[in-house]
Design a protein around this ligand. Structure first.
Ligand code: SAM
Length: 290
């Protein structure tokens, strides 16, 4: 069965009386090339465990199962479960879980899957083509919870992918770029124009792979201070850092100026020009100041 074919999607919908849910972001991939590229660039090894978020009718799930030791697919829509059971029935290495990924304990799932068929599980690869409105919360939840995965290969609204990838000085560089780049290195996988989906969404997508860093790129005295500085700095993008940071931890403008001088950062600079290292220097100095 060609799961990526629009006629298969229609036939399954009819036979199972399935209605697509707009609110669950159900736009299914119908392009074999992009499916192959996503799977290839996910670097899935034969001993790996893949956790797929939002399998839909199972196009990526089936392709991932060809490469992986095991695939666990987490799908929120219970109406898709009978369809998935049918489309994936040939595979004995796929487990389908009917739940909301935001309420699912991924660490617990990994804990229960330390072995695949009696052998130590290799890498942990996360995969997902998700509704746009939950992509950022899911990425941040996985990173902040420190789910011990190697990578997350994910389809995103192009504009959000641009924000995640962008470098200091760019218009799209912001708190999301700094947060994701603190935890991961970011690789571009593929462009996915809206024509590749059924039904067609309003915007184009991009697939990126986040390789989770084994070691942090900067030394921090306090992660909490780092994220507080990033949040305050970008909270008022148009302001200079001196103004944007005044009030943080109860510091006066003069005290913030002193912190910035001690961190070696010119007080007229704006958050969007600061590198990870400079945010770290600022956070470490602020932390020792209050
Ligand atoms: N992976 C399929 C594909 O590429 O064709 C389907 C992608 S579709 C954009 C998103 C899928 O995520 C849908 O099947 C939807 O029901 C599911 N989904 C939406 N919110 C979810 C959540 N919170 N937890 C798990 N799955 C979710």
């Amino acid at each position: 069965m060609k799961l990526y074919s629009p006629s298969t999607i229609n036939e399954l919908k009819k036979r199972h009386g399935f209605r697509l849910s707009k609110s669950l972001g159900q736009n299914f991939l119908t392009d074999k090339n992009i499916i192959d590229t996503i799977i290839e660039k996910s670097n899935i090894g034969e001993k790996d465990l893949v956790i797929e978020i939002g399998p839909g009718i199972g196009v990526l799930t089936a392709a991932a199962a060809e490469e992986a030791g095991k695939v666990i697919a987490i799908e929120i829509d219970r109406n898709l479960i009978p369809i998935l059971k049918e489309t994936l029935r040939e595979y004995d290495n796929i487990e389908i879980i009917n739940s909301d990924v935001l309420k699912t304990d991924l660490k617990e799932i990994l804990e229960q899957n330390r072995e695949i068929r009696g052998q130590k599980t290799g890498g942990i690869k996360l995969l997902g083509n998700l509704p746009y409105y939950i992509t950022t919360p899911i990425i941040m939840k996985i990173l902040e919870d420190r789910v011990p995965a190697d990578s997350i290969t994910i389809m995103l609204q192009k504009e959000v992918a641009d924000r995640i990838k962008s470098a200091p000085g760019s218009r799209t560089y912001g708190a999301l770029s700094v947060a994701v780049q603190y935890y991961c290195t970011v690789a571009h996988v593929a462009n996915a124009p809206k024509e590749l989906f059924v039904p067609q969404p309003k915007v184009d997508s991009t697939v990126i792979r986040l390789d989770i860093r084994k070691e942090k790129p900067v030394q921090l005295n306090s992660e909490e201070a780092f994220f507080a500085v990033v949040k305050a700095g970008f909270g008022q993008r148009r302001k200079t850092l001196l103004n944007a940071l005044t009030g943080i931890y109860g510091l006066t403008k003069d005290e913030v100026a002193a912190v910035m001088a001690a961190a070696g950062i010119d007080s007229v600079r704006r958050a969007e020009t600061l590198s990870l290292e400079e945010f770290a220097a600022l956070a470490n100095t602020i932390r020792s100041y209050n």
